[in-house]
Write a protein that binds this ligand. Structure first.
Ligand SMILES: *Cc1c(COP(=O)(O)O)cnc(C)c1O
Length: 462
């Protein structure tokens, strides 16, 4: 590692003086000398001092085909030459139209309409508002259905509506008084099963919990929202096989819309284009964001079924319009890059080629389970969570002030790998374009970092 140069020092000073970083305790932030990234090249990020790091969390779960991907760069430049932005409120735009068609072509069957916004949080807000409004006004709707069912450990974004259906106390308890009331059911977190059972002999007792909640609340529940297959920010919690299909069945049986939040899991991250497709599930509403532009620009979409869409049709004076729209909705630059992103998926057979990489990843993760403080290794496709614990027998967590996860990722940085933990769950989520050699580097650096930090002789006393 090179020493920090003058440019770094100058920028860091301004950073510390003016910027307020997201999900970051700013006290002590500058002292940790976080890299200041200046360039990208494939799966590599390069800082102002010329240090190179593998982007092993895809710049927060967004990047797909690597940085400075030629086809995406070109799409952006071409679109700039035509138009950067015009509104979709009452007008239309070329890239927004073309992208909508492409999204519907690859989405689970039954989703027929695309409503754009700018982030995962807004895509979720929109999904909730659509389900709610549908029931107030559609011929088949039921105005008593005003509530939402969601899972513990869920993460659906940071705006008030999406926080209301979230289930991570650390993020949500602060805002409790601001949030609307919901129906929360226990999520499948098999390593720490709330029912103290183990899969598969458990018969998925967590589903009985959901079934009970549905039986009790379906008359007042507009929709259930779920991250399909993997709860991401909750700790990369992989659902047992068959779980999602049964959730879909329960929603259908009880007449509750199913909202799939594919913001993290969509666009190949789990090994299929959308996670719902692992179990042949079609949600009524689907939220997508992160990977939609290949990690280039902020764009999101909420997809809905024709039945739901039709619930908003009416005469102008009936006011059945969906009164929602962010200013930059359907931004032309973002949509143009998103189209190019999907074209690369097809042209390079990204999903097909991913399968061998996933198998390699699985193999590289095997040794982790023998580390003394690794409690659980969870993987679904390119989403990996390594849960660190103080005691493997009792599964007792490390105390938060130890910041074990944070120490590990700081150590990994010294080894040229950028990762970001969720508490003491070390997350690996490389771009789908990662090479096998880079994947080996990520796994080796992470393994060493966990070992060095947690097996230090004096770690217990730190
Ligand atoms: C990241 C995420 C969101 C929020 O997306 P933003 O673009 O950060 O608003 C919502 N749901 C899931 C599952 C996510 O992982």
């Amino acid at each position: 590692m090179t020493e920090c140069g003058q440019e770094y020092k100058d920028l860091a000073e301004v950073d510390g003086k003016y910027l307020w970083h997201p999900f970051t305790q700013m006290r002590g932030y500058v002292d940790e000398k976080p890299p200041i990234i200046e360039q990208g090249e494939g799966c590599i990020l390069i800082d102002v001092d010329g240090n190179r790091y593998i982007d092993a969390v895809s710049s927060l779960w967004t990047n797909i085909h690597g940085h400075r991907k030629e086809a995406l760069d070109r799409a952006l430049v071409d679109q700039v030459g035509k138009l950067a932005h015009s509104t979709l409120l009452g007008l239309s735009g070329v890239p927004a139209i073309r992208l909508a068609k492409s999204l519907i072509e690859i989405a689970p069957e039954g989703l027929t309409r695309v409503f754009y916004s700018d982030s995962g949080s807004t895509a979720v807000e929109i999904a909730l508002k659509i389900a709610f409004q549908y029931h107030r006004q559609a011929p088949g709707g039921d105005p008593n259905k005003q509530k939402f069912i969601h899972l513990s450990n869920a993460y659906h974004g940071d705006t008030i509506g999406s926080v209301s259906v979230g289930g991570i106390d650390l993020f949500h308890s602060m805002y409790k008084e601001l949030l609307f009331k919901t129906i929360k059911v226990t999520s499948p977190y098999c390593y720490r099963c709330a029912f103290e059972k183990s899969y598969p002999s458990c018969g998925m007792e967590c589903l009985s919990d959901m079934e009970d909640a549905m039986a009790k609340h379906h008359h007042e529940a507009a929709a259930l929202i779920v991250e399909p297959i993997v709860q991401g920010a909750g700790g990369i919690l992989v659902q047992p096989p068959g779980y999602l299909k049964r959730v879909r069945e329960l929603c259908t049986r009880f007449g509750v819309f199913m909202i799939a939040d594919e913001v993290a899991v969509g666009f190949g991250r789990t090994g299929k284009m959308f996670a719902c497709q692992h179990e042949g599930v079609s949600p009524d509403i689907m939220a997508v964001a992160k990977g939609i532009t290949g990690g280039y620009l902020p764009l999101a979409a909420t997809l809905a079924s024709e039945k739901i869409y039709e619930g908003f049709l009416g005469e102008y004076e009936e006011f059945k319009t969906f009164f929602h729209g962010h200013t930059y909705t359907g931004n032309a630059l973002a949509c143009a890059v998103a189209i190019a992103n999907l074209e690369v998926f097809e042209k390079e057979r990204t999903i097909e080629n991913l399968q061998a990489k996933i198998a390699h990843f699985t193999k590289k993760l095997e040794p982790f389970t023998s580390l003394a403080h690794v409690g659980d290794v969870r993987q679904c496709g390119f989403m990996v969570g390594i849960e660190l614990v103080a005691n493997r027998e009792t599964k007792e967590p490390f105390t938060p002030e130890k910041r074990t996860g944070h120490r590990v990722i700081t150590e990994a940085r010294k080894r040229g790998v950028i990762i970001r933990p969720l508490g003491d769950v070390v997350v690996l989520m490389p771009p789908l374009a990662i090479s096998l050699q880079e994947m080996d580097q990520i796994c080796d650096a992470t393994y060493e970092s966990i070992r060095v930090i947690t097996e230090a002789a004096d770690y217990g006393r730190l």
